[in-house]
Design a protein around this ligand. Structure first.
Ligand SMILES: [Ca+2]
Ligand SMILES: [Ca+2]
Length: 224
């Protein structure tokens, strides 16, 4: 899972993070990593003395970061993960990209600790023609009476996010309280202007209602 997260960001950032801070006890290890980096990127040794200093390493990172190819890839990353642009200036700085990567790595580690995700028993139900108009549903297992339903509508400033951002423990907690759980996607601002997101939320609720009528077991009812 961590590898999957890393694959979305440029490789040089991964290498950058792999170099530990220069605490004295870690210096030897850091030098070994710099030597390893030098083998892969000999051009980083600006003065060609066969050794890579931290200054050379950082200058190489910055040059890589400024290259048109990298900027293009970062723009792609920004499109997929707009929340990484923390100062909202429309571009990803090196610090923002690194902070975002660290955050995702932490989240991935947390998810790994939590164990496998609880897959939705009712997955990817269409409530419209657009690929984003889909919801997942976790009915209360074994319920014989209609149960309340909570619908998770992900955040992301109408520019990003996904219904997959569901915590298995959250679903479990609601189920223990006898409440069904749903998570929905909706069209974002790259498809059309506000309020299409609100319209989608309303349509998804209607879709969930229809789905409840069709289900033979583990039904639910909507609650305020
Ligand atoms: Ca050098
Ligand atoms: Ca920015």
């Amino acid at each position: 899972m961590i590898a999957k997260v890393f694959s979305c960001l440029p490789a040089f950032l991964i290498l950058f993070l792999a170099v530990p801070p220069a605490h004295s006890q870690e210096r030897a290890d850091r030098d070994a990593r710099l030597a390893e980096f030098l083998k892969r990127f000999p051009a980083a040794d600006a003065n060609q003395d066969g050794t890579l200093t931290m200054d050379e390493f950082k200058a190489h990172q910055q040059a890589q970061f400024n290259s048109p190819e990298m900027q293009e890839r970062l723009a792609e990353t920004l499109k997929r993960f707009p929340q990484a642009d923390t100062d909202k200036d429309g571009t990803l700085s090196l610090d923002e990209a690194r902070a975002f990567q660290a955050k995702r790595r932490e989240a991935a580690e947390q998810r790994e600790k939590e164990g496998p995700r609880n897959p939705p028993p009712v997955a990817d139900v269409a409530y419209g023609d657009h690929e984003k108009q889909r919801f997942d549903l976790w009915p209360v297992p074994g319920a014989t009476e209609p149960t309340p339903l909570v619908v998770f509508i992900h955040g992301g400033g109408f520019r990003g996010g996904d219904k997959d951002a569901v915590n298995s423990n959250t679903v479990k907690t609601f189920h223990e309280a006898g409440i069904a759980y749903a998570s929905m996607n909706y069209r974002l601002s790259d498809v059309g202007p506000y309020p299409i997101m609100m319209h989608d939320a309303a349509r998804a609720f209607l879709g969930l209602e229809r789905r409840a009528d069709e289900m033979d077991s583990a039904p639910y009812r909507e609650s305020g």
